[in-house]
Design a protein around this ligand. Structure first.
Ligand code: TA6
Length: 305
């Protein structure tokens, strides 16, 4: 998206200004354009590349999201942290290992369609992605994504997927949220107890989640057909880090790379795993959507700290 288009959208909004990743994060040139929000209810940073919320902090509360200090701001590379949207597939492409992990919409520019500021202090941004505008990718299906973000003292996301093609379209997706934490060894995820999960660290072996999820080694688990609500708690600080509530998000993925994998990942690095856990919601594996020709499906997610 052109800087001039963003400028035109932001001029009338008091709470929003423009920046560039090179300025804001002291990253290397050329960087990416970013939207910076300082509203009565929150501070936030967003990237039209990937339609990705990078930072979110309700006023008088701790930052909700983790953005890697080693994140790369460059076309073709996903930004590590915040809320990347994985789609139209989750994980490796089912048949072509050359295609990017977690699909291509987090690695492409989106259009910012509108920005509104409400009297109650909330700011709402509408992003659009259309496969017909994307020269970089060839894909078997033609679709549009509409992602609306309402930022107040919580984050409200609404994703609508429109199948513009003549055939039914398979669609897997996830909001791959990186939550900021202070004490990995005292962090716990509730709301998935007694659910079956597929263990991605062990060739997708099915297991039962006996207790709340804790993090004492690499965790990479896919839960399908789950309930709407989970919570992330820190027992040492006695606080709820976040309540996660999804509608039409039948799957959850819980991920922390732990010591060894984090050290190997260039944009996380040694000890980076101590700063975040991912609790993702979406529709993956057997929960994946099938969207009829010229029809749409919508999901919503709310994150409240
Ligand atoms: O959601 C968990 C996961 O699929 C893990 O398997 C892990 O690889 C992670 O996502 C990060 O993937 P990325 O492509 O962003 O490096």
């Amino acid at each position: 998206m052109k800087d001039s288009d963003l400028q035109a959208l932001t001029t009338d909004i008091n709470s929003i200004s423009l920046s560039n990743s090179t300025v804001l994060y002291k990253s290397t040139a050329p960087g990416l354009p970013l939207l910076v929000i300082d509203s009565p209810l929150c501070n936030a940073v967003l990237s039209p590349y990937g339609a990705q919320l990078l930072e979110f902090k309700p006023k008088d509360k701790a930052p909700l999201l983790w953005l890697s200090p080693k994140a790369v701001f460059e076309q073709g590379v996903p930004i590590r942290g915040g809320i990347p949207l994985c789609a139209p597939w989750f994980g490796p492409h089912p048949t072509d290992s050359q295609k990017p992990n977690h699909g291509f919409v987090r690695n492409n520019d989106w259009t910012v369609k509108s920005i509104e500021e409400f009297a109650n202090g909330e700011v709402k941004l509408d992003f659009l992605f259309d496969t017909q505008d994307t020269e970089a990718e060839t894909y078997d299906y033609c679709f549009q994504l509409k992602l609306s973000m309402t930022l107040g003292d919580s984050v409200k996301l609404a994703l609508t997927v429109v199948n513009l093609g003549g055939d039914e379209m398979p669609f897997s997706w996830a909001f791959h949220t990186y939550f900021a934490i202070n004490h990995l060894d005292a962090t716990r995820v509730t709301g998935l107890t007694r659910e079956e999960y597929l263990d991605q660290t062990d060739a997708l072996t099915p297991c039962i989640q006996a207790k709340d999820i804790t993090f004492t080694n690499e965790v990479d688990r896919v839960y399908q057909g789950i309930g709407e609500e989970q919570s992330i708690l820190c027992d040492r600080e006695g606080v709820t880090i976040a309540d996660v509530k999804g509608s039409c998000c039948p799957s959850a993925i819980v991920w922390n790379p732990y010591t060894e994998l984090a050290a190997k990942m260039k944009d996380i690095g040694p000890n980076g795993h101590l700063q975040f856990i991912c609790v993702e919601r979406g529709a993956v594996f057997n929960d994946s959507w099938r969207i009829k020709s010229m029809s749409s499906m919508t999901a919503e997610l709310q994150l409240q700290s």
